[in-house]
Structure formats: C-alpha cells, structure tokens
Design a binder for this molecule. Structure first.
Ligand SMILES: [Fe+2]
Ligand SMILES: [Fe+2]
Length: 273
C-alpha cells in the first residue's frame, strides 16, 4: 500500500459501545471549549500540526503494542504481561480517538501522509522469539513511551486550557504503565538473555534513541511553535527535557536491567550539557 492521507474512521454501533464501556473518559472531557478567536491563525495551524502528528503516533503506538503482545505470546511470556500489552493497545486507540477529536476542535487535520502497511515496528530478522519480544519491549516501551511521558508532562505543565489539559492529563495517566511494561518483560526474561543478546539489545536501544534525535536538534523551527495553551512546547525547553529524559528515563533504567548503552555513542547522539 502506498503512502496516502491518514484518516481515522469509527464504525459506530456495537463496536463504539464496547470501546466506551472499557474506555469512557472521552465522554467526560470538556469538548466545545476551544475558542479559535483567542489564538493567532498561525498558532492554530501549528497546534493542528502537533495534534495531527499526535493522532498518528497514538495509532502507531497501538500497532507497536499489538506487535508486542504477539511477540510476548510467541515467547511464552506470563499471560498477565501479555494481557497488559494487549490492553495497552486499547489505551492507544482511545488516545488516537481523543487526539483526533481535539484536532477537529482546532479546525481539522493538516495533510499527513502515511503508509499504514509499514506502521508496525521492525525487528532484526532471524533473532529468537525472546530477543524479538525484548527488542519491541525496549524500542516501544523503554524508549518511545518513556520519552513520551516526559514530553506530555512538560506540555501539561504549559497549559491551563480545560480541554487541552484534560486530554494531556488523560494521556499521561496511561503512559506511566506503558513506559514500564518493557521493564516488566526484561525482569521476567533476565535469565533467558545471554550476554550477546544484551549487547545486541543495547545497540537496538541506541538505534531507537537515534530516531528521536530531531526532537533535540538545533534545526527545529523556533518560529513555528504551537501555543503552549494548545499543547505546544517551546523548542529550547523541549530539547533540554528530551536530553534529560534519554539519560534519566531511558539509559539509566536500561542499565539497571542489564542493558548497558555504549556511553560514547550515547554522548554522540545527545548535545553537550
Ligand atoms: Fe498514547
Ligand atoms: Fe502510550
């Protein structure tokens, strides 16, 4: 499938009712409280970009946790752990719906092309089921979700808007466990991973961190920041938050789990303090 405009669809009826019974928060957020007249047209467009991208990242997270749940089942992980990964898929789909409703309040999505056939995480061909599961646990939970907790906390601190803070608060409440499920897996798998597996996983973690480097790059556009009230983050503080998060929320916890990242390569990925 080629890259096409990314759009979400709800089936409605019994499928929506089932989702609402399990994730009712969407019905309790203060929709209809964004007054576009209180923001500049440029600021609104930047906020629509931020949240359109947010809808896609939530959708991609659902695909990543789906792959994680499958990989956990394929390596015989404890079933409550596999259930946690599968349940998080529904959290992420709930987040995708909420973020898309926020985009609609801001004036609608901006053009966003994606090839959904490529949305699931890639793993190293030929590795054992347990290493494949560990790769997804690390890239999705220990790196991706851990960095998302920091970014969302910072965004939440920057807004007092009832709807935007309500949305961020809801997303953030779920992201904590999302960022820990990878560690739960690595603790369970500790005696099943060889030294060679751990060295391989450390490289996978660094590769995953490198993907986020644009978040702390100097090249980010300072003039196109979305308003803090609508969930935007100031470029300079965002970079600092992300660099701290890589060291404190990703590298250090992974080291405690026996996945030691190469210090030199990590330093090369991050700007000097
Ligand atoms: Fe999410
Ligand atoms: Fe998440």
């Amino acid at each position: 499938m080629a890259s096409t405009q990314f759009e979400l669809e709800m089936l409605g009826g019994a499928a929506t009712s089932r989702l609402r019974r399990r994730r009712p928060a969407v019905d309790h957020l203060p929709w209809g409280t964004v007054d576009p007249a209180t923001f500049t047209p440029e600021g609104l467009i930047e906020a629509r970009k931020v949240w359109t991208n947010g809808v896609f990242t939530e959708y991609a997270s659902a695909a990543a946790f789906t792959a994680m749940a499958g990989a956990f089942l394929e390596c015989g992980a404890p079933i409550d752990l596999s259930a946690a990964a599968a349940d998080i898929v529904v959290d992420e789909l709930d987040h995708a719906e909420i973020a898309s409703r926020l985009v609609m309040e801001l004036g609608g999505a901006v053009p966003y092309h994606a090839d959904l056939a490529l949305v699931s995480p890639l793993t190293t061909p030929g590795v054992s089921p347990i290493v494949r599961a560990a790769e997804i646990a690390i890239t999705t939970s220990c790196v991706g979700e851990a960095l998302s907790v920091s970014a969302l906390s910072k965004s939440l601190a920057a807004t007092e808007h009832p709807l935007v803070s309500g949305v961020l608060d809801h997303l953030l409440a779920d992201e904590g466990p999302h960022s820990r499920v990878g560690a739960w897996f690595l603790i369970w798998a500790a005696d099943k991973l060889s030294l060679g597996d751990r060295a391989h996983l450390a490289t996978v973690a660094l590769d995953a961190i490198a993907v986020y480097a644009p978040l702390w790059s100097d090249a980010r556009c300072v003039s196109c920041e979305a308003p803090g009230a609508l969930g935007g983050l100031a470029v300079s503080s965002h970079a600092r938050v992300m660099v701290d998060a890589v060291r404190m929320r990703v590298a250090r916890p992974l080291a405690r789990l026996g996945i030691d990242l190469d210090g030199e390569r990590l330093d090369a990925l991050l700007p000097a303090a």
